[in-house]
Design a protein around this ligand. Structure first.
Ligand code: SIN
Length: 292
């Protein structure tokens, strides 16, 4: 396999000369995981995967998660969520608005998310250009660029994350078909807190673990000060120099590290411009996460 880093960004490498439908040796997997820790986002172009092959590759990274709002999944694979704007007989076949604002997968969970993997089956195009890109921002580059005074001030603090924040953000969008979360779904995902700075378990780098989608409060600060600091951190972390934008091609497999990145699904395509991606998510259960 060949690892080709993105020349001008702190994120993303393309991995070529590998067929993900075949079983991976432990050595090849270690090479991929170490590239993921260095680059945060890996793309594998021109793959052809059955659901079983995608699941087998995804679960090399850790225990697979089944989303609590899992209305749409691959038949027979509850851990494989369908993201799509396609409707059959008027009914959606997948989540139409998943991830359409900056966030980190599973920051709201007691066990944080590790990798997310998407496999592109259909990609919308207009005038020959791909639409529906996914953007990523590096949480390690964002931490490094914080003023020292801010690093010292926030060191040791914790941030509360709430699943309901992002759900309601999406529900407020025009045309959203999301129902409010049920009481049982709320209870299954109560708000949870994590350190504001984490040491990445593979790269060893310190990351800024906040995101606009789920982070609601810096617990150690008064509410108004917490709001001000969080807003400035949200603005800081999506500055163009920290961002990589992935323009999709059919057959792309993309893996990102949710400790090392935040991401945003760009919703610039219409309902008749078909997008279909299959998604698997792993948890950080393999790691003992420590404060950065
Ligand atoms: C997600 O946030 O998991 C969805 C990303 C995308 O559809 O581009």
């Amino acid at each position: 396999m060949r690892v080709i880093p993105c020349a001008d960004r702190p994120l993303h490498a393309r991995i070529e000369d590998i067929d993900l439908s075949r079983p991976l040796s432990d050595e090849a997997f270690r090479e991929i995981e170490s590239a993921l820790a260095r680059h945060g986002v890996l793309s594998f172009p021109q793959q052809r995967l059955t659901p079983a092959e995608q699941k087998a590759f995804a679960e090399r990274f850790g225990r697979l998660e089944t989303n609590i709002a899992n209305r749409y999944h691959e038949p027979g694979y509850p851990e494989m969520m369908i993201l799509s704007n396609i409707r059959v007989d008027g009914e959606p076949i997948g989540f139409e608005d998943a991830g359409q604002s900056w966030h980190t997968d599973l920051s709201y969970a007691t066990t944080m998310g590790y990798t997310t993997m998407l496999y592109a089956v259909e990609v919308p195009h207009r005038d020959g250009r791909p639409l529906g890109a996914t953007e990523f921002a590096s949480t390690a580059a964002a931490y490094d660029a914080l003023p020292d005074e801010m690093k010292q001030r926030l060191k040791g603090m914790t941030v509360m994350h709430d699943f309901d924040k992002f759900w309601e953000l999406m529900r407020a969008e025009k045309g959203s078909s999301r129902p409010p979360l049920t009481e049982a779904q709320r209870k299954a995902r109560p708000p949870t807190s994590h350190p504001i700075f984490l040491k990445h378990p593979v790269s060893g780098r310190t990351v800024l673990y906040v995101n606009p989608g789920y982070s609601v409060r810096i617990n150690e600060l008064p509410a108004d000060e917490s709001d001000r600091v969080l807003s400035s951190l949200f603005a800081h972390q999506v500055q163009p120099q920290f961002v990589y934008r992935h323009a999709w091609s059919v057959g792309d497999v993309l893996i990102w590290d949710n400790l090392a990145t935040i991401h945003n699904a760009v919703s610039d395509y219409r309902a008749d411009e078909r997008r279909l991606l299959k998604r698997c998510q792993t948890l950080t259960t393999r790691f003992d996460l420590t404060v950065g």
